[in-house]
Design a protein around this ligand. Structure first.
Ligand SMILES: O=c1[nH]cnc2c1ncn2[C@H]1C[C@H](O)[C@@H](CO)O1
Ligand SMILES: [Zn+2]
Length: 364
């Protein structure tokens, strides 16, 4: 694909319409908003009251080599997401920030149970976030559509309740369910009752798996819990053997994931911070892509990981030489894997994404 004019790489990446399936609401607050909300609400635990310093603090603290330590940083964002007004503001700004990065459709997840410290009911949490997303969509003039995924935390026992909440709010701004939190010691099958409830109700869900734990976690998420997509999933690479000449032999699980086109929600920067590899060039995404796995590209946590979806692609451009064709492939895979009705996915491709790529390539 030849780009029309003399656009820089950073420029076409940002201008290309993108789709984000794995972005945590509580991982993406604007640092200045965290500071303002902390002041207003009397939260005194922030490590800095300077937005630039606070942003750097998150990136550094997250860059810990361990998922468990990465997750401790969320105490500071969840602390300022405890009232309807706070949730509304954070959600509206999230939609604006994603749209400013060229994202046209996003599924944004959060754990409602983490926003009840000041007495909100689960329904009030979901309504406040949904209204915030609608407000953010309006402020962008409809350039973005945002749907919520409701997350149950792996280490608590509220996943069935959150699954019921997902079913109650489905098609009213909520597109599905997720399980997140520390993976070690909390296998997904602990939440089997929640998944069965969702299946009975024909509801969508995804599961974080294969991030800190290897193939056994991916296997359980897929074959015991019947997930539609894998949050990260990248440690499926541990079920592939590479010979010295580069030839790959897939184990049965890796072959299943690839051959059934199970979408992987890959978040390179977050994975590097939690210890999967030493640098972008060593991240498994390129091997997985070349072997034919279905890859979607995501941010995980924009503030905590100090990233944007454009930055994620820029890193891959630098590490592997990826160009517009591959960004298009990731985007199309994300649309196909989105928890949206088929006609809406078709409309997104035909009326938003393809025309914008045609324009970028000077075909119109
Ligand atoms: O990458 C992740 N793996 C597991 N859990 C995560 C990840 N990113 C964020 N979380 C957790 C921390 C948040 O508080 C929670 C809900 O968004 O999900
Ligand atoms: Zn995540």
């Amino acid at each position: 694909m030849h780009l029309s004019d003399n656009v820089t790489v950073a420029d076409w990446i940002r201008r290309a319409p993108k789709v984000a399936l794995h972005d945590h609401l509580d991982g993406g607050l604007r640092p200045a908003t965290i500071i303002e909300l902390a002041r207003e609400s009397g939260y005194e635990g922030l490590p800095s009251e300077d937005p630039v310093e606070l942003a750097a603090w998150f990136r550094d603290a997250a860059d810990s080599g361990s998922l468990e330590r990465y997750l401790t940083t969320f105490a500071h964002t969840c602390a300022v997401m405890q009232t309807k007004e706070q949730l509304h503001r954070v959600a509206a700004e999230c939609a604006e920030d994603l749209a400013a990065d060229g994202i046209v459709y996003a599924e944004v997840r959060y754990a409602p149970e983490q926003h009840q410290e000041r007495g909100l009911t689960l329904d009030e949490v979901v309504d406040a976030v949904n209204e915030g997303f609608r407000e953010g969509e309006r402020r962008t003039g409809g350039r973005i559509t945002v749907r919520a995924l409701l997350t149950g935390m792996r280490h608590t026992d509220r996943s069935t309740e959150i699954a019921e909440l997902t079913i109650a709010h489905r098609d009213k701004g909520v597109a599905g369910f997720d399980i997140a939190g520390g993976e070690i010691g909390n296998p997904p099958a602990r939440h089997l009752a929640a998944f069965q409830l969702l299946k009975q109700a024909n509801c969508h869900y995804t599961i974080h798996a294969g991030e800190a734990v290897g193939p056994e976690s991916v296997h359980e998420a897929l074959q015991v819990c019947a997930t539609e997509r894998l949050g990260h999933g990248v440690r499926v690479i541990e079920d592939i053997e590479f010979a010295a000449d580069g030839t790959a032999t897939l184990g049965a699980l890796a072959a299943y994931v690839r051959d059934n086109r199970v979408p992987l929600e890959v978040c390179p920067t977050s994975n590097l911070q939690t210890g999967i590899a030493d640098g972008y060039k060593a991240h498994p995404i390129d091997d997985l892509r070349r072997l034919g796995f279905t890859i979607t590209l995501n941010t995980d946590n924009r503030t905590v990981s100090g990233t944007t979806l454009s930055a994620e692609f820029q890193h891959l451009h630098e590490a592997f030489g990826y160009g517009p064709e591959i960004l298009y492939d990731f985007t199309r895979a994300a649309v196909e894997a989105a928890f949206l009705p088929l006609p809406e996915r078709t409309r997104l491709m035909d009326e938003v994404i393809d025309p914008a790529y045609d324009e970028l390539a000077g075909r119109v």
